[in-house]
Structures are given as structure tokens and as C-alpha cells.
Design a protein around this ligand. Structure first.
Ligand SMILES: Cc1cc2nc3c(=O)[nH]c(=O)nc-3n(C[C@H](O)[C@H](O)[C@H](O)COP(=O)(O)OP(=O)(O)OC[C@H]3O[C@@H](n4cnc5c(N)ncnc54)[C@H](O)[C@@H]3O)c2cc1C
Length: 390
């Protein structure tokens, strides 16, 4: 249905029609009140619908079931999905963004053929990087892997692993050489979450749902064929994963922000909200709105540059992450304050939906921490981008 359409107007129009026909009326209101299990089931259904028309993993190469879409197609998709208020990738974020970004660069042919079809069919993957004492300072991780014949035996603990209670596989960092310096001697593995010795304990986060998990690993065996990239070079491999997490997702996120602004203004006007009469609040809104438009342009420009092999991907991705997540947080804060008492009340909601402002505000805090905190992004930009001293 969407194969080989190079005319962007045609692509946009078909996409809009498909979204109009496929998205159920009132899904967002229903899902906002639903328990997490039902939300995940809905996200699975939505990814299945996308898959049927080739839109689950459209940026992948064709040989692995993608459409090989470049930036032009992705931009139209991001705009139209946001315009239609379509669900975000949710529980599939690691599967469709982190895993292919990493395997396509570092995986062996065998690993790509083994794992990418499962991802395309709807497996959920999680990321097991952070540990109780290794978040920003990830290289301090202590989970270790010891070679035993053709397997590695893993022991340790991971934390804050999004959607791990639902995951089929995990991309895992473990220390394989205890004598090497901190950033050396780490290896990147694929781990089956059903393997013996893997125990997941859900953690409820501030917005109210238990999307996170703590992963306990006791004598878990991983075959050496599930090492991604060279043994002891996992630090380099995980930077490919983190750059994907920090950069590409922002494309869709900035478009969602744009519609959140439009909806917020529309609802405020319909309800004759008090803040519209307050010049200071109006100035603040215009300031946030201008920044949002600036971020949209910047993300496009940066992603074009990111496609160039001459650029330092980690700095660009860090700029995108810092600007978009801090802006989202300030806008959510504005919504909470200007919606007065109603804005202060907590009700379960959906990410990026401003109707439940307090929920969106609490969710936005996580965005400035996940995938590297704002302070760490500033460090990367200043040290690697601007060459400032440490
Ligand atoms: C919504 C969400 C989803 C997440 N999903 C995952 C996941 O799927 N998989 C996974 O592995 N992890 C995940 N994480 C964990 C995340 O990567 C870590 O929380 C993050 O890297 C920060 O680590 P920390 O929590 O240990 O905080 P710490 O590193 O202890 O930081 C505490 C504070 O100190 C500051 N700080 C630390 N070091 C420096 C420094 N050098 N310079 C300046 N300031 C510094 C930080 O900015 C922060 O404010 C997720 C987190 C969130 C919030």
C-alpha cells in the first residue's frame, strides 16, 4: 500500500486516509484510563496494523522488511501521525529504534537474520544498561560475564529498564574483563528474557504506571554468538544505541509537541481560560511556542547533518535531546499552572496529551533523565562539541 511512493504529496494523502480509517475513535480517552496491560495490548494491535501496511519499521532496509525510507518520508510520517494523534511506539521503542540502529551497524549477518524478523513481527525488547550505582557514570557498571566454554555466565543487577516486565529480549551491557580500565572490558550482549536466572521486578514510576523494571541476573547463560560487536568493545557499541535513543525519536516528539500546543490553545479559547487575559502568561506561551517551532526546524536540520558521515553523531543527538526534553517539561509546567486547580489534579493520562496536565508534567520529568540526563547532555556538548576542558 505504501511501497515505493516517491511523490510526497501522494504519500501524505494516502497516509492521512489510512490513519483516518484505521485509528479507532476515542482510543486516547479510553487508553488514558486503562491499566498498563490493556495499553500494551492496544500498542501491540496498533503495531500490527502498521505492520500490515509496511509502516511498523519503515526506516529499515527492504531486505529486513522495511521500506528503506529516508528523511523525507519519515518527516511526513511524523507529521501525519502527530496530526492524527496516533499512539507513540510506546513499549516498542527499544525494538524498533535501539535494536536495529545497533544491529545494523555492529551485528553479524547471522544476528541480523536471527533477530530483526522477530522485532518486525512485534517482539518487545528492553535495554539493560543502568545499574543502581551506574547511571550517568555507566562505565562503572558491575554486572559481570565470565566465559564458560562457548557461553558467558552473567551475574548482576540492572535497574530502570523500561518495559522489561513485558520484554522478550534485552540488550545488555556486562563487564567481561575486570582488569581492564573502566571503559574497556565491557561487552554488549543480546539476552533472552526467558533464560533461566532472569528475574524482573516491576517498579512504579512517578506518573503512576509500572513501565520500569529491575532485572536480577543469577548465573544466566548467554551463548558467545549473542555478543554484538567485538568482545570487550561494548562501550563503543552502546554509543550507537544511545545516539539512536537521543536523536531519531525526537523527530516524532517535536511534531507531537506542535499538536499539543494547538490543542491547548484551542481548548483554552473555547473555555475562555483566565490565562488568555494575562499578558505575562500570553508572553510566556508565545515564547514557548516560538521555541517549539525553532526546535522543529533545528531537529530537521540536525537530522540532515546526522545523515552525513562527517558529523559527530553523539553531539548532535545530545543537542536534540537536551532541547526537546527540557522544552517539553517547561510546556507541561505551563499547562499545569495555567489550568489552575484542574491542572493540579492528578489523573492517569497519556504521554504528550495535555488534557491530563499533571500526568504529562510528571512524564516529562522522566524524559530529561532517560537516555542520559540534561546535565550529561550539556557535558557531552561542551566537551566533545565545543572542546571545552573537563
Ligand atoms: C523514563 C526513564 C526511562 C529509562 N529507561 C531506561 C532503560 O530502558 N534502560 C536503562 O538501562 N536505563 C533506563 N533509564 C535510566 C537512565 O538512563 C538513568 O536514570 C540516567 O542515566 C541517570 O542515571 P541515575 O538515575 O543513576 O542518576 P545519577 O547518575 O546518579 O545522577 C544523579 C544526578 O547527578 C547528575 N550528574 C551525575 N553525573 C554528573 C556529571 N558528571 N556532571 C553533571 N551532573 C551529573 C545527574 O544529571 C542527576 O541530576 C531510564 C530512566 C528514566 C527516567
Amino acid at each position: 500500500m505504501f511501497d515505493d511512493i516517491d511523490d510526497m504529496d501522494e504519500f501524505r494523502s494516502r497516509l492521512r486516509t489510512w490513519l483516518g480509517k484505521t485509528l479507532p475513535e476515542g482510543w486516547a480517552e479510553k487508553m488514558a484510563q486503562s491499566p498498563l496491560d490493556e495499553m500494551i495490548a492496544f500498542q501491540r494491535w496498533w503495531m500490527d496494523e502498521r505492520r500490515k501496511v509496511g509502516l511498523a519499521t519503515p526506516h529499515w532496509p527492504k531486505e529486513f522488511g522495511g521500506q528503506a525510507y529516508g528523511l523525507a518520508h519519515e518527516l511526513v510520517m511524523a507529521e501525519e501521525f502527530a496530526r492524527a494523534g496516533a499512539p507513540s511506539v510506546g513499549a516498542f521503542i527499544v525494538s524498533v529504534i535501539h535494536v536495529p540502529a545497533t544491529l545494523l551497524v555492529w551485528g553479524t549477518e547471522e544476528q541480523k537474520r536471527l533477530y530483526l524478523p522477530g522485532v518486525a513481527k512485534g517482539e518487545i525488547w528492553c535495554q539493560g544498561f543502568s545499574e543502581p550505582n551506574a547511571g550517568s557514570d555507566l562505565a562503572s557498571l558491575r554486572t559481570h560475564a565470565v566465559r564458560d566454554g562457548s557461553d558467558f555466565v552473567i551475574n548482576g543487577q540492572k535497574i530502570w529498564s523500561s518495559y522489561s516486565p513485558y520484554a522478550d529480549y534485552c540488550i545488555l551491557l556486562a563487564r567481561t574483563d575486570p582488569n581492564a580500565t573502566k571503559h574497556k572490558g565491557i561487552t554488549f550482549f543480546v539476552m533472552n528474557m526467558k533464560a533461566k536466572g532472569v528475574v524482573v521486578r516491576p517498579i512504579r514510576q512517578a506518573p503512576g504506571r509500572a513501565e520500569f523494571g529491575e532485572i536480577f541476573l543469577q548465573n544466566v547463560r548467554i551463548p558467545q554468538t549473542d555478543i554484538v560487536g567485538p568482545e570487550n568493545e561494548g562501550w563503543k557499541v552502546c554509543h550507537t544505541t544511545l545516539a539512536a535513543e537521543r536523536g531519531v525519536y525526537a523527530f516524532e516528539a517535536v511534531e507531537r509537541q506542535r499538536y499539543a500546543f494547538e490543542q491547548f490553545l484551542d481548548r483554552s479559547q473555547k473555555s475562555q481560560a483566565n490565562w488568555l487575559q494575562d499578558s505575562q502568561h500570553c508572553r510566556e506561551f508565545m515564547h514557548l511556542f516560538t521555541e517549539m517551532q525553532g526546535n522543529r526546524r533545528l531537529v530537521r536540520q540536525l537530522l540532515v547533518e546526522l545523515a552525513s558521515p562527517l558529523n559527530n553523531g553523539s553531539v548532535i543527538a545530545s543537542i536534540v535531546k537536551l532541547l526537546t526534553t527540557t522544552h517539553r517539561r517547561r510546556f507541561a509546567d505551563f499547562c499545569v499552572r495555567t489550568r489552575e486547580v484542574e491542572g493540579q489534579l492528578y489523573k492517569p493520562g497519556l504521554e504528550d496529551h495535555i488534557d491530563e496536565s499533571m500526568f504529562e508534567y510528571l512524564h516529562s520529568l522522566g524524559g530529561t533523565i532517560a537516555g542520559g540526563t540534561s546535565e550529561i547532555m550539556k557535558n557531552i556538548i561542551s566537551e566533545r562539541g565545543l572542546g571545552l576542558p573537563r
